[in-house]
Design a protein around this ligand. Structure first.
Ligand code: FAD
Length: 317
């Protein structure tokens, strides 16, 4: 069943979460343990992130360095297939412009097609750590809109070299990302919503938000998107706050504001265990309000937060 069907057919708010592939060289068992913990809350689908490679430098001495490329978290396709088979659940691998040429993307699509995985989240992807401005890989793309075109062509049986095939498979369906507090590179919200609308017109069936801690920002964003003619589901992406260090890390990394009340509550805590409790209570409050507002689905960012999400899910599902 496709993500959009799960969202639309669910009587109560659907539960879904995102996981990261294991670090290179480590096993999948820890991932299974995390999924087992959240599985009891009947997730409708699981997203699997994709990570570009980064340059690493080896000191050869005498001022010489060797530069190599390293993908720290490969394995998105394999992890998606393993989860699909083990849990018999809809999986949503993320597919990126960042770090992939058109041909590499085509190989990813072919592998997914062989595996019967047809849901995707289509993204530009993060910049490389050394980049101040996003740079595509070889003939790869600048924006998710362009990657959508390749996927749409693939669905019609058109390959990147222009050759064609007869389509026999189920076509890919996909969602895209959106930002209730604006994407960091966007000059303003109108421009960001303009491009979101293009992504929907290009075929995205839904959008998933960047994490946020202030529901009003989500509600305002959804209103603005509707006014701009965007009528697909906009799924709130949520992550329970957990550590004191996140007070500076989260706004810096995700370009989102933390509500004053959450900051005050966090600063009163004596240790991270107390912060985690505050984070869970805040997240439960956010989810209840979102549910009361009728959101079709809540998507949890689970990295480092599986235990907290379990506590939240116990309260709301
Ligand atoms: P785009 O849609 O390309 O937008 C990027 C910027 O360009 C925006 O400012 C937009 O307004 C503008 N824009 C869009 N289209 C055009 C156009 N055609 N011409 C000019 N300007 C345009 N990153 C990863 O590396 N791996 C992941 O697995 C991953 N998962 C994510 C999941 C979710 C739900 C979210 C919200 C983000 C995720 N990210 C991930 C981060 C994401 O890749 C970054 O935020 C990235 O900087 C933007 O991706 P995008 O798909 O929104 O890009």
């Amino acid at each position: 069943m496709k993500v959009i069907d799960h969202i639309q057919s669910n009587e109560k708010t659907a539960f879904s979460f995102e996981i990261l592939p294991p670090l290179k060289g480590t096993g999948i068992e820890k991932l299974y343990k995390d999924i087992d913990i959240l599985h009891e809350f009947n997730p409708k689908y699981i997203n699997i992130t994709t990570h570009r490679s980064e340059y690493v430098y080896k000191d050869l001495g005498s001022g010489l360095f060797q530069r190599t490329k390293l993908r720290r978290r490969p394995g998105t396709v394999a992890v998606a297939a393993a989860i699909q088979n083990k849990y018999n659940i809809t999986v949503v691998p993320h597919i990126l412009c960042s770090g992939f040429s058109r041909e590499e993307t085509e190989y990813v699509l072919l592998d997914l097609q062989f595996l019967g995985i047809t849901d995707l989240l289509v993204l530009r992807g993060d910049k490389a750590k050394h980049e101040s401005v996003f740079t595509p890989e070889g003939d790869g793309y600048h924006h998710a809109t362009e990657l959508q075109e390749q996927i749409n062509n693939f669905n019609k049986g058109i390959f990147v070299d222009g050759s064609e095939m007869k389509v026999t498979n189920t076509p890919f369906s996909y969602g895209v990302a959106c930002y209730p507090e604006k994407h960091e590179e966007s000059p303003n919200m109108d421009s960001d919503i303009y491009w979101l609308k293009k992504k929907i017109e290009n075929g995205a069936e839904y959008a998933v938000t960047q994490l946020f801690y202030d529901n009003q920002k989500y509600f305002d964003f959804v209103e603005r998107a509707k006014e701009a003619g965007i009528h697909v589901p906009i799924i709130p992406g949520i992550k329970p706050f957990k550590k004191l260090s996140q007070l500076s890390m989260i706004p810096k990394t995700f370009k989102v504001d933390l509500p004053e009340e959450l900051v005050k509550e966090t600063l009163r805590c004596k240790n991270d265990a107390e912060v985690q409790k505050v984070g869970i209570e805040w997240c439960v409050m956010q989810c209840r309000e979102l549910m009361a507002h009728g959101v079709p689905s809540i998507h949890f960012y689970s990295i480092g937060a599986v235990d907290s999400i379990k506590e939240v899910a116990k309260e709301i599902y």
